[in-house]
Ligand binder design. Structure first.
Ligand code: AMP
Length: 283
């Protein structure tokens, strides 16, 4: 596996590969890999000749009181895991390399960013879309793979690609979970053993809502309050949001008709966990 830190050398290398007729797939990450990240890489492996990952803890997507400094990092471990699933190129830029002095351009997707995590993390998605647009310009992928665990991020990136005519196919991949149901996340490493148990309230909420919808419940307020009660019955929890919304616009719905996104953000101790599922899925 090639490990490239320089922006221009990566751009040249990817351009050469394109000219040689290779298809390129990119998996953008912030590192500290778990099985969810590795699954995205395996999917990329199936879709392209060359699999590129980026490992970059992007300061632009962290608020001033968020965990940029504390975010877990393990470059050596990540490179060895990426190598084991057949990644060809790891792009590992520095903050200064990505944001040289004088940078002042950003990408902003308006309405989709006004809901869910956009409310509690102002500026977050602008940081995400800006870095992803830059990563696309540097690695020139034909395909990019993102997790549905970050449903709003996937929706916003898909919108950006359409709106800015970016020639990249976006693939979404289902959430990979621990055996007990907790969605895998690099931030799970912050949880104490007791908090880890409380963290299961997110998956339990998804399951409860699925049961309620299967029983014919359609009143969003009724479902929301049942989930809030369930979450708050677990110690150390504080609800950021429990939202039932249109999966395309991310706007709240009052009555469930057709496919509805259930999205959750819950603080467990100091750790903010998110999870989601589609309710009333037709298949
Ligand atoms: P991150 O390193 O947290 O920025 O995540 C990098 C990519 O992995 C994003 O596209 C995430 O949506 C995806 N991802 C994170 N956790 C999971 C998971 N448990 N299952 C599937 N994809 C995930």
């Amino acid at each position: 596996m090639e490990v490239l830190a320089g922006v221009e050398e990566t751009q040249r290398r990817c351009e050469d590969l394109r000219r040689m007729g290779k298809t390129l797939a990119l998996v953008p990450t912030m590192g500290f890999f778990h099985e969810g990240h590795l699954e995205l890489m395996r999917v990329a492996r199936k879709h392209a000749d060359i699999v590129i990952i980026s490992i970059f803890v992007n300061p632009a997507q962290f608020g001033p009181s968020e965990d940029f400094e504390a975010y877990p990092r393990d470059m050596a471990g990540d490179l060895s895991k990426a190598g084991s699933v057949g990644v060809d190129i790891a792009f590992t830029p520095t903050v200064r390399g990505m944001y040289p002095e004088g940078s002042q351009t950003s990408v902003f997707v308006s309405k989709l960013g006004e809901h869910l995590c956009g409310l509690s993390r102002p500026g977050h998605f602008q940081g995400v879309t800006t870095v992803v647009a830059k990563l696309f310009n540097i690695t020139k992928p034909h395909i990019a793979v993102f997790g549905q665990k970050d449903f709003q991020q996937l929706t916003i990136i898909t919108r950006m690609v359409v709106d800015l005519n970016m020639d990249v196919q976006i693939i979404g991949y289902p959430t990979v979970r621990e055996p007990d149901g907790l969605a895998m996340s690099s931030r799970n490493s912050y949880l104490s053993p007791e908090e880890r148990k409380s963290g299961l309230c997110l998956k339990k909420s998804l399951d409860l809502a699925t049961r309620m919808v299967n029983e014919g419940k359609t009143d969003a307020a009724e479902i929301r309050s049942a989930l809030e009660r369930l979450i708050l019955s677990h110690p150390y929890t504080k609800i950021d949001y429990v939202a039932l919304c249109d999966p395309a616009t991310l706007e709240d719905v009052e009555v469930l008709r057709g496919e509805t996104l259930l999205a959750l953000a819950v603080r467990v101790g100091k750790t903010r966990l998110i999870d989601n599922c589609l309710l009333g899925k037709k298949n």
